[in-house]
Ligand binder design. Structure first.
Ligand code: ADP
Ligand code: MG
Length: 827
């Protein structure tokens, strides 16, 4: 209500300034006043006041009032409106009465006008588990919506941080706006209309404050008209441009202002990540209550000593300031403390795991057979890059030790990780051990099988190929080197035979998918396990593999660029090798994001490339997670392209529902150049290597994450010819638009990873959910100093009190158990 009054007063003031011409509001004051009255009376429960006001407004007609009497008329209107406002009729405490004395509701005097926190300290243990439904206004239906955000109780709410803050202290008045970048106003909507500038169906509003009016236009967005209403109070933020001599906001950010208190108490008002059906108003109100009521008595588990040493603020302050900061500096201090906590716990968990591994049985040392290694490297049609050499040396020196290797080999798509891994595999086998090579998909397992056996062929004097096994003679002095492919698709009997041969030690290298870590899989003497594309394998899978042999050496490969510090933190149990250069002669892939109407020219471009004897990929849309549905969509796309668009060319189809043999033959045909165009579902994602393929068209590119698009794109540009990637997106969201511009403008996997992180959050990005790592909400990829701080403190604490048994670490211990329940090593 006071908010509505402010608005009314602002309009009256403007009308006065404009000399009572009835022009303060476009369309005249009467329209505004009647809208205003509806809004202002919505929450009024006092019937007699309401009736009185309604009677007054019914007879009010500003347009009919003679000019000289208009000032008095407006004063009367304002007075009537003010009379409407009763102290506290509409304000009700949001916290329901609960019988637990630990959070009893404080008695509040009805006369007091400033609301007080409704809950008193101290907090009882368990209070943080108080469900959201304990709060007034949160029923079961609303609770379900909160649950979608991962919020079930008070703790979750406290840790549901704002996506950003709006700084209302820096808003401008409309009269002070000038053409230029990012400016913010708080204004009323005076009019909303649909327009079609240049045929684009757009939403246009006229906004006003006490200093004037301005238009805001959202091009190509006529849906917005439904969400904005005359009389709404908005915060508008964006670029101001000049159009036909007047200022206009072009597609600004906007937000409805519904909660007066937030604007006035915090100059930095929180904006929460929401889900459909949760109103900002509801969430903000609840947040304010919960933060005021619970944050001050949060127990701080971080030892005082660490807090002092690092200059970190305490937890109650940090949580409070993260939501409702008093200023920018407090907001930053809060984020530092909370980010520190996240990374600190992460590091403690990682250290615990590393300790567990180190204390398990030692691995076996694998010496380097230098003569064989040289022979292998000489047999390759290229020279290793410096970065490949360095990584290989790091790996070989790990293998030389009895402490089992845990190394992450990181390198861009196409940087040549597989060759390096193959060299390590050969060394293990030469030393009398078996090796396992695990890929995330069957297609990739098959491809690795092909490329590894091809490399071994160069080294061998003779090769004997069987069904899914290849034996190479002349590599080992005394016996053939046998490689087998084991994938889920093979006949059960065939798999059993292979498994038995692995168990009996007849097979030196087995390449496959998850099948390799299943129970049925037994090795005679597993020395080295290589895992490709780590982000699909969780920590548990790694652990499973560890149990397969006498604690084998593990090499994990990833094309996901992770900054070193973060990699060491998240995979603190892994050492890191980086291949940071591509083999010479690689080209940048020209990437274009096309408008839907440019589909025809995309097809023409593909035709041109095919005429030049190049090959093309067409990636079908990601329909949904189900492979079956995706397969169906891909089949339809394939059929129609084959019949019409590309009827003169040889088309192939690849999808996840095909048998391994079918996929194999299609991939084989594409590799051999007997297919011109390969239509594929996203199964093609990682690692497929066909140098003659120079063009890729990605359908519904907006549906994919940046890293994924980057991976797709890495399928072309692997040969000498200039390569191209075209992206099509029918109806991209704003976020998707941003993403597509990024992928169009850079080929730097590191930048793409950072952007992806921003969009998806680190949890999902690193697969930390599946690996059981806690989620990072506050910590950012760029938080290197905080990371280092957390690492040092965790290491120090761990050295001092590894089991956290000291009394001063009690609270920390309990929090750790909560954050890392699966890390059993604590007790
Ligand atoms: P990654 O697994 O890192 O994506 P691959 O190991 O599959 O990369 O290598 C990509 C391609 O580059 C392969 O065809 C491989 O034979 C080739 N390659 C690897 N290293 C070199 C090098 N040093 N010089 C030239 N080509 C190389
Ligand atoms: Mg690869």
């Amino acid at each position: 209500m006071p908010l509505a009054l402010d608005k009314l007063r602002a309009v009256v003031a403007l009308e006065r300034q404009k000399l009572f011409q009835n022009t303060a509001v476009i369309g005249g004051l009467d329209k505004f006043l009647s809208n205003w009255a509806v809004e202002a009376t919505a929450g009024i429960t006092d019937k007699s006041r309401l009736a009185k006001f309604k009677k007054f407004t019914a007879s009010f007609n500003y347009a009919a009032v003679p000019m000289a009497e208009r000032t008095a008329a407006l004063d009367r209107f304002v007075a009537a409106a003010e009379a409407l406002e009763a102290p506290d009729v509409t304000s009700t405490p949001i916290v329901a009465e609960v019988s637990d004395p630990g959070y009893s509701v404080a008695a509040s005097s009805p006369k007091r006008s400033t609301p007080k926190p409704k809950i008193t300290a101290p907090l009882r243990p368990g209070s943080l588990e108080l469900p959201v439904t304990a709060f007034k206004g949160i029923n079961d239906t609303t609770a379900v919506k909160f649950k979608k955000l991962g919020i079930e109780n008070v703790r979750d709410l406290l840790y549901h941080f704002p996506a950003r803050h709006v700084d209302y202290s820096r808003t401008k008045r409309i009269a002070d706006l000038s053409p230029g970048p990012e400016q913010t106003i708080v204004a009323n909507i005076w009019e909303v209309r649909l327009t079609t500038p240049g045929g684009r169906r757009s939403t246009e509003t006229v906004l006003g404050d006490e200093t004037g009016n301005i238009r805001a236009v959202w091009f190509n967005n006529h849906f917005l008209a439904r969400q904005l209403h005359t009389g709404d109070r908005l915060v508008i933020s964006g670029k101001v441009t000049v159009f036909r001599n007047t200022l206009v906001f072009e597609s600004p950010e906007w937000e409805k202002l519904e909660d007066k208190e937030l604007v006035h108490t915090g100059r930095l008002a929180p904006v929460y990540p929401l889900t459909a059906g949760l109103y900002p108003r509801v969430v903000r109100k609840l947040m304010k209550e919960v933060v005021d009521g619970f944050a001050p008595s949060l127990p701080d588990y971080l030892p005082e000593e660490i807090r002092q040493r690092r200059g970190l603020i305490d937890l109650p302050q940090a949580v409070t300031q993260a939501h409702f900061p008093s200023d920018e500096a407090s907001k930053d201090a809060a984020r530092v403390r909370l980010a520190f906590d996240e990374l600190f716990f992460l590091q403690l968990g990682v250290l615990a795991r590393k300790r567990a591994w180190q204390s398990s049985q030692p691995g076996a040392a694998i010496p380097t057979d230098q003569a064989l290694l040289d022979r292998f490297l000489r047999s390759l049609p290229f020279q290793l890059t410096k970065a490949q050499e360095k990584s290989l040396n790091e790996i070989l020196s790990d293998l030389n030790r009895t402490e089992a290797m845990s190394r992450l080999l990181q390198g861009e798509v196409g940087s040549g990780k597989t060759v390096v891994a193959t060299a390590a595999i050969i060394m293990s086998i030469a030393a009398g051990f078996q090796a396992a090579f695990m890929a995330p998909t069957e297609i990739l397992a098959e491809q690795h099988f092909r490329s590894v056996t091809r490399m071994l062929e160069l080294l061998a004097t003779e090769t004997q190929a069987g069904d899914k096994t290849v034996s190479h003679l002349g590599i080992l002095p005394d016996r053939p080197l046998t490689v087998a492919l084991l994938i889920g698709d093979a006949k059960e009997s065939g798999k059993t035979v292979t498994r038995n041969r692995v168990k009996g030690g007849e097979i030196d290298l087995v390449i496959g998918t998850h099948a390799l870590i299943q129970k049925a899989m037994k090795f005679k003497k597993l020395g080295l396990a290589v895992i490709d594309e780590q982000h699909r394998f969780g920590v548990e899978q790694r652990q499973n593999l560890r149990q397969k042999g006498t604690n084998p050496h593990i090499l994990v490969m990833t094309a996901t660029p992770i900054p070193r510090t973060l990699a060491l933190t998240l995979y603190g149990d892994l050492d890191l090798s980086v291949i940071n250069e591509l083999p010479p002669g690689r080209q940048t892939i020209k990437t274009r994001w096309l408008k839907p109407e440019q589909r025809g020219s995309a097809y023409n471009f593909i035709r041109k490339q095919v005429e030049l004897k190049q090959q093309a990929f067409i990636i079908c849309p990601l329909v949904e997670e189900s492979e079956t549905v995706q397969a169906r969509a891909a089949i339809a796309e394939y059929e129609s392209l084959k019949l019409e668009t590309f009827s003169q060319y040889r088309l192939g189809l690849l999808h996840g529902r095909m048998s391994a043999a079918e996929k194999d033959s299609v991939m084989g045909a594409f590799s051999a150049g007997t297919l011109d165009i390969l239509v594929s579902t996203p199964v093609i994602e990682v690692g497929i290597d066909v140098p003659n393929a120079t063009v890729m068209l990605i359908e519904s590119a907006d549906r994919f994450g940046l890293s994924q698009l980057h991976q797709f794109r890495g399928r072309v540009g692997r040969g000498k010819e200039q390569s191209y990637c075209m992206l099509l997106a029918e109806n991209p969201s704003e976020v998707a638009n941003a993403r597509l511009s990024v992928i169009e403008s850079t080929q730097d996997g590191f930048i793409l990873a950072e952007e992806d992180l921003k969009l998806r959050g680190p949890g999902e990005f690193f697969g930390t959910r599946q690996s059981g790592l806690p989620d990072l909400k506050m910590a950012k990829l760029s938080d290197v100093p905080i990371l280092e701080m957390a690492r040092e403190e965790a290491t120090r604490l761990f050295a001092d009190d590894p089991k956290l048994k000291k009394p001063e670490h009690r609270a920390l211990y309990e929090e750790l158990i909560r954050v890392w329940p699966q890390t059993g090593e604590w007790s």
